[in-house]
Design a protein around this ligand. Structure first.
Ligand SMILES: *[C@@H]1O[C@H](CO)[C@@H](O)[C@H](O)[C@H]1NC(C)=O
Ligand SMILES: *[C@@H]1O[C@H](CO)[C@@H](O)[C@H](O)[C@H]1NC(C)=O
Length: 479
């Protein structure tokens, strides 16, 4: 078989598949595969299940022979880890002893999340994704042997897929994250995109789990409407972005823009809610209380300890304003805004009582930065364009309810009214290290100077025979 012959065959085969994909698609217009033919995005549509409350997961086949496991997609961490021992809240786990290709490397690893943590053993194995890019990749796997508050009741996943950058990988950045390995070994473009479809559905109904799509290697046009708006990834660890402004209804919160990025602003599919720095959160709650037609909300609703209930069928959304987040555009003197309707942040919870519909507040306060979590992401098709160091937002085709879009995007707006760098106040990890080193250097310098100051007079005094030992010297100097 000559290579040309093989290429031709593959090309014909590829065309046939594209034609099939085109005809099976209702509106007949889709750009299913990229020119290299290694990625077929339509194959990846609807490869996720889950909801904002318990996360969105993808099915993977791990080891040889493949063991099927559901893996949570988390853009806020960078380790690939799967349960490798039984746990009361999971139905099955990855049995490393049954995989002929599993190799432990003997290192232990521990990871701590905002909620929960686990400990395990590092190793490598082969993994494929039935509804993902074609091919098998050899990747780092952490085999979870013990955990706390990580696997929760009612979840249907057994592992986590950290999609962020190497800097967040544990125990250190030499443990290559899953997506880096996929890009390198399969040669797909360094970009993935995420559509999560739980908008407006009950966050806890096990009956009909919502779907979603994780497209690896590009952007699937059938998953969004309008254009994709891009914001720079300002630091490659989490997917850190720069928030310029927040609006509740038409009202600008008018805080110093650094407050929104204190100590960072990230996009994280593994976080359920929209989390806001305390000051911002308080301002948002106050603005919502003022603009909503309901004044007598108990504080328990805002802090997430109480649900608010209405008579069945009397949806409360018309009482609440829209929320808008302004992000820096790639042209840094401009911004664009992503807006969520109350349907996304006043979230239905399966009825507690037969005659009532109950809702929770989808926004919470945070001590470690602003997090654009699933509550907001469900309104958008989010493009993680790592190749060009930018994140894209577009209107998601599944963020609609009864024909009404639950999210909006608008722009460009001038960013002349905000500081040139709203994340200036944020301490990024490398920066923090730099500052520590700088402080250490300064301390060292002061110490040397002090010692010199101590030693010099000491010699002089020595000459005069006054003070002989170091300790008395120190006492003298303190006086
Ligand atoms: C991946 O492989 C399957 C099965 O051979 C095929 O149907 C699909 O079109 C392939 N996708 C691409 C992009 O080559
Ligand atoms: C960036 O935005 C500014 C302000 O709107 C505009 O004047 C400028 O032409 C834009 N630059 C580019 C490269 O589009």
């Amino acid at each position: 078989m000559t290579p040309t012959w093989l290429t031709q065959l593959l090309f014909r085969f590829g065309c046939l598949l594209s034609v099939l994909a085109l005809t099976s698609d209702g509106n007949g217009l889709s750009l299913a595969s990229d020119p290299s033919g290694t990625v077929n995005f339509l194959d990846m549509v609807n490869n996720l299940q889950g909801d904002s409350g318990r996360g969105y997961y993808i099915e993977m086949s791990i080891g040889t022979p493949g063991q099927k496991l559901n893996i949570l997609v988390d853009t806020g961490s960078s380790n690939f880890a799967v349960a490798a021992a039984p746990h009361p809240f999971i139905t099955h786990y990855f049995n490393t002893a049954l995989s002929s290709t599993y190799q432990s490397n003997g290192r232990t690893v521990a990871v701590r999340y905002t909620q929960g943590n686990w400990e395990g053993q590092l190793g490598i194995d082969h993994v494929s994704i039935p509804k993902g890019p074609n091919g098998t990749v050899t990747i780092n796997i952490a085999a979870i042997l013990s955990s706390n508050g990580f696997f929760l009741p009612g979840i249907n996943w057994q592992g986590i897929l950290g999609m962020a950058y190497p800097m967040l990988a544990r125990p250190d950045s030499s443990v290559e994250p899953f997506f880096n390995s996929v890009v390198q070994q399969l040669g797909i473009p360094d970009i993935f995109s995420l559509q999560m479809c739980g908008a407006g559905l009950s966050a806890s109904s096990a009956a009909d789990p919502a779907g979603g799509s994780l497209v690896m290697g590009g952007v699937e046009p059938t998953l969004y409407r309008g254009s994709v708006w891009y914001t720079p990834i300002i630091e490659e660890w989490y997917y850190q972005v720069e928030v310029l402004k927040l609006e509740v209804g038409d009202q600008n919160l008018n805080l110093d823009c650094r407050e929104y990025n204190m100590d960072k602003a990230i996009v994280d599919s593994g976080t359920t809610l929209l989390r806001l720095p305390v000051n911002v959160f308080n301002a948002v709650v106050e603005a919502i209380t003022h603009s909503s037609l309901i004044q007598d909300f108990s504080s328990g609703f805002w802090d997430g300890t109480k649900l608010a209930c209405w008579m069945k069928g009397e949806t409360p959304w018309r009482f609440f304003p829209k929320l808008s987040i302004y992000l820096r555009a790639t042209n840094t003197s401009q911004s664009f805004r992503i807006t969520i309707l109350p349907q996304l942040y006043i979230q239905p919870i399966t009825d507690v009582d037969g005659t009532l519909d109950c809702f929770r507040f989808g926004v919470s306060s945070s001590a470690n930065g602003l997090v654009i979590g699933a509550t907001v992401m469900e309104g958008f098709y989010v493009v993680f364009d790592r190749a060009q160091q930018r994140l894209g937002f577009a209107l998601s085709t599944c963020a609609a309810s009864g024909g009404v879009a639950l999210s909006e995007i608008a722009g460009p707006f001038s960013a002349a009214d905000v500081a040139a760098d709203c994340s200036a106040g944020s301490l990024k990890e490398p920066l923090m290290w730099l500052i520590s080193y700088a402080l250490m250097a300064v301390c060292g310098l002061i110490l040397i100077i002090l010692l010199l100051l101590l030693v010099l007079p000491c010699r002089r005094r020595d000459r005069f025979g006054e003070i002989t030992d170091e300790s008395s010297l120190v006492r003298h100097r303190i006086k």
